[in-house]
Design a protein. Sequence first.
Length: 447
Amino acid sequence: MNIRPLIGLAGAIFAAMTVEFNNRISSITLVDIRGEMGISVDSGYWVSSIYASAMIIGMILSTSWAVIFSMRRVLLFAIGLCLFSSVLIPFSPNIEIFYLLRGLQGLANGLTIPLLMACALRFLGPEIRLWGLACYALTATFFPNLSAALAAFYLDVIGWKMIFFQTIPFCALSAALVYFGIPQDPLNYSRIKTYDWTGAILAIIGLASLSTMLLHGNHLDWFHSKLICVLALMSAITLPLFLIHEWRYPTPLIKPQMLEIRNFGYAVIALFCFVVIGMSTSTLPLNYLSAVHGYKPTQTMWIGLQIAALQFIYIPIVIKVLNQAWVDSRYVHGFGLLLVMVGCLGASQLDTTWNQDQFYFWHAISCLGQTCVVLSLLMMGTNSVHPTMAIYASPMINTPRAISGVLGVCLLDWVNRVRGEYHSTRLIENTAQHVFQNIQGPVINPL
C-alpha cells in the first residue's frame, strides 16, 4: 500500500487545523486584538465580515481551481497565503492593510477546507473513507472547541501576537507533508477557456453581500440602514441568477442538480442547520460564565477542552458502529439529534447558581450527539455521490456550512440584542412604577 497519499492527507489535516485555529482564535480574541492595535468597534465588525466573506468565496472556488492548477499547488498556495498574512498582521501600519491581510487569511481558510474533504474522497478507499471524513468532521467539532483554550493560553500566558505567529510551525509542517505526499497532477490550462467566469463573479458579489449583510445587520439596525438595504438587494438579485446559471452551465462551480439526490440533499441541508445549533452550544456557556461569574479565559477554557478531548473517545466508537453492515446510518443520525436535544434542554435550565461544573454533564451528552450527527451526515452524503462528482460535492457541502456559521453568529447577536432590550425595558417599567411611591416605616422613639 502506498502511504504517500496518506501523508499528504495528514498535511491537509494540519493545514485545515491551522486555518481553523486562525479563524476561531482571532474571532474569540478580537476585542483584545482591537485594543492592542487601536482598532475601533465599527472597524472590528469589518474585520470579521471581510474574513467571513473571503472564506465563503474561497470555499466555492477551491475545487475548481484545483482542477486547473492541481490539488497540491492550490493547497501549498493556501498554506503560504495563510503564513504570509498571519505573520504580517501584527505589524499592520494602518487599518486598510489590516483589512487586506485579514481577507487573505479568510481566502486561505476557504481554499483549504474543501480540499481536505476532496483529499479524503480521492485517496481513501470505501473501507477507511469514514476515518478520513472523521478528520474533516474535526474542523466542525474538535478545532473550534480547542481554539477557546488556546486563545486563553496565548492571551494570559504568552502574548497576543502568538495568536498569529502560531501559524509558523503548523504551516511549515503541513506544507512539507502536502509537498511530499500529494501527487502532482498536470496543469490543465484548457479549463481556463471554459471556466465559469460569470458564475464566479455572481458568486463573489452575492455571497460577499449576503455575509456582510448578516454580520452587520444587528450593528446597523437592519433595514434602517441604507447599506443593509443595498446589500440585501444585491444578494437577492445575484444569488438566484448564480443558481440558475450554474444549473445550465456545462462546467459549473457547483451542481445544484446534486440536491435532487435525496441523501446528499438532506445531508447538505441538515449540516447547514446543525452548524447553527453547534455554535450556540459552544458559545453561550462561555459568554454566560464570563458575564455572570466573571470567569477569565483560562477558567472557561476547561469546557472547550472537555468537548475537544471527548472527540477522541466518541469518534472511534461512532465509526465502529457506522461500519457495521447491519447499522442504518439514519438511526445513528436520529440518535445523535436526540442527544443534542437532551443536552440543549438540560443546559437551558441554568440559573445564577450554575458554574462550569454544571455544564460538563450536558456538554458530554451534546458532544456525543454532535459526533453521531456529523459523521452520519457525511457518510450518507458522500456514499450517494459518484467519485467523478467529488469536485462538486465538496463546495456543495462546505459553502452552505460556511454561510451557516455566519448565520449562527447573526442569530446569536440578534437574540442577545432583542432579549437584552426586552429585559432592560421591563426593569425600567418596574422601577418607574415605584419611583414616586412613599416609603413608610415604623415610628422611632427618639428617647
